[in-house]
Design a protein around this ligand. Structure first.
Ligand SMILES: Nc1ncnc2c1ncn2[C@@H]1O[C@H](COP(=O)(O)OP(=O)(O)OP(=O)(O)O)[C@@H](O)[C@H]1O
Ligand SMILES: [Mg+2]
Length: 346
């Protein structure tokens, strides 16, 4: 049994990979056995930060050309790393035998205390599947409003799929403690107001020029600059994570993968495409039914847009209000879906 933690964000480039890698190292420094799963399909993934360029990845395991133990990078500075790469993309489209091969392959691994998933930016079905199957999620945000609105969207999607554990939040690239507190408070307030989701603070990571210097050196900052402020933040976060050990996070890896792949089975866009092909033989009453479902979705969207407008006002309060009260001419938000619909109808 391992504590399985998925590191995610709404917006890209907020520091998921930097935190996944350095947090893994900070946990290993405390004597824990850690495996980092690189599920980031972006450019700045674990390979770049470590200078490791493996020949094989999860794709080789799925297609039966290698065992999971063959692709595992053992003992990189005290942690093990699984390169997911192209294999992660394939996860959305596995055949039944491939699913079996993948789940069984995780039985060959050693026991880990922590299994950390670094995910790609955006709300793809793979990212969602990792989140839904983990019992612990760390959401990375920065103090920028766009990062907060994207984090909110991520929480909204998670709660729509029934995720109900508290999501741990790290505010990264923080220039001043006050700004981090304010950003977290805004997110918390909006989430509490609009969503059934729960969030809790895990920590902050200061903006630190040594983080970028370590990218150039292809050596994690926690190792290259152990005393730099970002490393101290990582050590504090690791310590808090270790101290707050709810048993909920401990699940067998096979069960995690089973849950993850089952989620993809029902939510993969490619699988849905196949279903759509079958729809070419629809009858008139099927089409009527589908039209009314679309109408339902459309009115749901209109309601969502109203929520988003309200959310934008909460996150950027100065846009719509003045000190004296509401502006005589309120700021027109471009995302005015209702007017667009009305114009279309007219
Ligand atoms: N605390 C920090 N201080 C300074 N720079 C940082 C900090 N955290 C991350 N960065 C820088 O921000 C950039 C993006 O970081 P990173 O690649 O970890 O983000 P990401 O969320 O994984 O991106 P993606 O969404 O593309 O996967 C990198 O250049 C990294 O060095
Ligand atoms: Mg990344």
């Amino acid at each position: 049994m391992a504590r399985i933690i998925t590191i995610t964000s709404g917006k890209g480039g907020v520091g998921k990979t930097s935190i996944s890698l350095n947090l893994s190292l900070a946990l290993a420094a405390e004597g824990f056995k850690v495996c980092l799963f690189d599920a980031d399909l972006g450019l700045a993934n674990v390979n770049i930060l470590t200078g490791l360029y493996p020949q094989k990845d999860l794709e080789s395991v799925i297609s039966g050309r290698a065992a999971l133990t063959d692709i595992l990078i053992r003992d990189y500075q005290g942690i093990d790393i699984i390169p997911g790469s192209s294999g992660v993309e394939r996860l959305a489209d596995l055949t039944r035998p491939e699913t079996g091969t993948l789940i069984r392959s995780f039985l060959d691994l050693d026991a880990y205390d922590f299994f950390i998933f670094d995910t790609s930016a955006g709300i793809s079905s793979q990212v969602l599947a990792f989140c839904m199957a983990s019992h612990e999620i760390i959401l990375i945000v920065t103090t920028e409003p766009t990062s907060l609105t994207d984090a909110y969207s991520m929480l909204k999607v998670l709660s729509k799929h029934g995720y109900d554990s508290p999501v741990k939040v790290i505010v990264n690239q923080v220039a001043a403690g006050k700004a981090a507190q304010k950003a977290y408070a805004r997110l918390k307030q909006t989430v509490t107001r609009f969503l059934p989701a729960r969030i809790e603070p895990l920590g902050i990571v200061a903006s630190d020029k040594n983080v970028r210097a370590s990218v150039i050196a292809q050596t994690p900052f926690f190792l290259l600059f152990p005393e730099t402020v970002a490393s101290r933040c990582m050590a504090a976060i690791a310590e808090k994570l270790i101290r707050h050990h709810g048993k909920a996070g401990d699940i067998p890896l096979e069960l995690f993968w089973d849950n993850c792949l089952s989620f993809l089975e029902t939510h993969s866009p490619r699988k849905n495409e196949k279903t759509r092909d079958a729809r070419t033989r629809e009858t008139a009453s099927d089409i009527g039914e589908r039209l009314s479902r679309m109408e339902e979705k459309l009115s749901f969207l209109v309601k969502e847009m109203a929520d988003i407008r309200e959310l934008l006002e909460t996150l950027v309060p100065t846009v719509a209000r003045t000190k004296e009260g509401p502006c005589p001419e309120p700021h027109k938000i471009i995302l005015d879906f209702e007017s667009w619909l009305a114009a279309k109808k007219g």
